[in-house]
Ligand binder design. Structure first.
Ligand code: HEM
Length: 477
């Protein structure tokens, strides 16, 4: 580790700075991933989600552009807001937790550059390609459509290669350190990590494969079968497995909860591995409905078991210095985590109903739940609130800072909950009443606006939490 002079090392989330505390606050291996996640959430994530919903009143082709923008938005949220955040936190937190050294910064930098370039190409080129083929003409005219289509596919392939490299690097790093028998807490987390890594690799692999020979008007869409598989793998396996796995470890540290129940935690991880197996099997066995139903049922059961494991709805421990004054409902971190799991329970129930809908024999008396509702209960609700709630205490620690402005954190938590509520209410109503209400699109567009605001305020919160630059920063060699 070397010391260098720098006023500010930058980054959306405030850059890294050797702070007033003098603590090492290295950029690598985590901060650029966090910056990328925030940028993805703000622009191609929530903003593009809002624009997609507003497509009927925008000067765009509602068929071709809507479909391309929807795919790009979903990808940016799952691989950017979720995936980049998970990779950055994982690369910094997991090796320390394992008792191993951090991965070599040089290799992380290279793989990050490939990941960021691939992801950005993928999510920016696709909606632009759709604009270049107005009316979805016969595979477009002039050089732009072909160029942008090529950039979308090249981005997806580069991103998949980079993610595979990052996962391999993490696995190599985590093979070091003391014997697992001496690292029981880490060993308990391993099945969650295996499920999450499998879900991540399946998702990026399916997206990359589906981008070879794209389809739809103008050839601007990732092939639907593979896009669907990728979204299922990310939403039903990657997101819940890593979230519950991290909660098992972190909630007792940050939320004054009793240690997780090991039996329920094991059951939860096994359900996520079973969900992964169902989705993997769908590839050689011809895809589709039955396997997605099995994956959704296992994922829903895994999430419910995870809720029982992490005790998030139970009483907080009292600390001697509290004098009875601690109130979970007055703590934005606790409110973030509890509301995240509230969305998680709804998402789990939604996944179980969606599974029933995949099996016609079981269908009739139950409300019909579309996958879009499950995606947004787990993506906009569960995942987003966990990132904000737990990220608010975890990330400042990575940067050698302290939790930042409480007011900003409260604002981010409330805005994110409001965004999730607006995004899922139309889906909940159509599940209950059997048809979508007419105000679905405007309400969804407002959800996107609130989502942009939540991600923006969370970015400001993180800035407020980094130590102030003193002119000297510690950097990695
Ligand atoms: C709260 C703000 C959000 C808004 C306004 C929004 C909007 C939309 C819209 C309009 C669609 C198209 C739906 C359809 O055609 O049926 C969509 C699809 C999707 N959204 Fe969101 N969304 C939001 C948040 C999120 C979040 C946080 C995630 C994930 C973490 C997410 C993941 C997805 C996915 C995966 C799809 C399907 C993409 C595909 O078909 O490939 N969304 N969203």
């Amino acid at each position: 580790m070397s010391v260098s002079r720098a006023g500010k090392t930058g980054g959306t989330a405030g850059g890294s700075a050797g702070g007033a505390t003098g603590t090492a606050a290295c950029r690598w291996p985590w901060l650029p991933f966090v910056d990328l996640a925030l940028a993805m959430a703000l622009v191609p994530g929530f903003l593009l989600g809002a624009l997609t919903a507003a497509a009927p009143v925008l000067p765009v082709d509602t068929g071709a552009w809507y479909a391309a923008a929807r795919q790009a938005h979903g990808h940016a949220q799952l691989m950017g807001w979720g995936g980049a955040m998970i990779l950055g936190v994982g690369l910094n937190f997991l090796p320390r937790f394992r008792g191993a050294g951090l991965p070599p910064p040089g290799r992380v930098r290279l793989l990050f550059a490939a990941f960021a370039a691939g992801l950005s190409l993928r999510v920016l080129a696709q909606p632009l390609a759709a604009l270049a083929v107005p009316g979805g003409g016969p595979r477009g005219a002039g050089p732009w459509p072909a160029l942008l289509r090529g950039a979308t596919a090249a981005g997806a392939l580069l991103e998949a290669a980079a993610v595979a490299g990052l996962v391999a690097l993490l696995v190599t790093t985590l093979r070091q350190g003391p014997p697992l028998a001496r690292k029981r807490a880490f060993a308990e987390m391993l099945p969650f990590l295996a499920a999450a890594a499998g879900g991540l690799l399946l998702a990026v692999g399916a997206w990359a494969w589906g981008s070879i020979g794209m389809e739809g008007p103008g050839g601007i869409l990732v092939r639907a079968r593979w896009d669907l598989l990728a979204v299922h793998a990310a939403v039903l396996v990657l997101v819940p497995a890593i979230s519950v796995g991290m909660s098992v470890r972190l909630f007792p540290l940050y939320l004054r909860l009793e240690p997780a129940r090991p039996g329920w935690a094991r059951a939860s991880a096994l359900f996520f591995l079973a969900a992964l197996a169902a989705l993997v099997l769908s590839v050689p066995l011809g895809g589709g409905t039955w396997f997605y139903g099995a994956g959704a049922a296992c994922s829903g059961a895994g999430l419910l078991a995870g809720c029982a494991a992490v005790r998030v709805f139970e009483r907080r421990r009292a600390f001697p210095g509290d004098q009875g004054r601690y109130r979970a409902w007055a703590d934005p971190v606790a409110v973030g985590a509890v509301t995240a799991y509230g969305w998680g329970v709804l998402g789990a129930l939604g996944a179980l109903l969606y599974a029933l809908d995949r099996w016609p024999a079981a269908r009739s008396p139950w409300p019909r739940v579309g996958f879009d509702l499950v995606v947004h209960l787990l993506g906009a609700g569960f995942m987003t609130l966990l990132i904000i709630g737990i990220g608010a205490v975890l990330l400042p620690g990575f940067g050698g800072g302290k939790p930042g402005s409480r007011a900003l954190l409260w604002t981010a938590v409330l805005l994110a909950n409001a965004a999730a509520a607006l995004r899922v209410v139309p889906g909940l109503m159509s599940a209950a009443a059997g048809s979508a209400p007419p105000w679905t699109l405007p309400v969804t567009a407002w959800a996107g606006v609130l989502g942009v605001a939540a991600a923006g305020v969370f970015t400001l919160y993180l800035r407020s939490s980094w130590p102030r630059p003193t002119g000297r920063v510690l950097t990695s060699p």
